[in-house]
Design a protein around this ligand. Structure first.
Ligand code: SF4
Ligand code: SF4
Length: 68
């Protein structure tokens, strides 16, 4: 079985900054944005690191984190 693709970075959503506007969810083409009813989060297993959510977020809640 093929190894899962490894990325050098990930996107993360700050639950403190997220105002649950759903702009990221509307932009994501990979079904990687999940919603717990209070804020949104990114499922890293589905995320292709395209950055669309980060560009769409009006409150700067999506940050790029370098992987160790
Ligand atoms: S980086 Fe792209 S694939 Fe990942 S959650 Fe954001 S919009 Fe979806
Ligand atoms: S676009 Fe930003 S503020 Fe809106 S739901 Fe997504 S992370 Fe939260």
């Amino acid at each position: 079985m093929a190894e899962p693709k490894k990325f050098k970075f990930s996107f993360e959503i700050s639950s403190q900054l997220c105002m649950a506007c759903a702009a990221c969810w509307l932009e994501c083409r990979d079904g990687a944005i999940v919603d717990d009813g209070i804020s949104y989060a990114i499922n890293k297993d589905n995320c292709t690191r395209c950055g669309r959510c980060s560009r769409a977020c009006p409150s700067d809640a999506v940050s790029k984190i370098m992987n160790a």
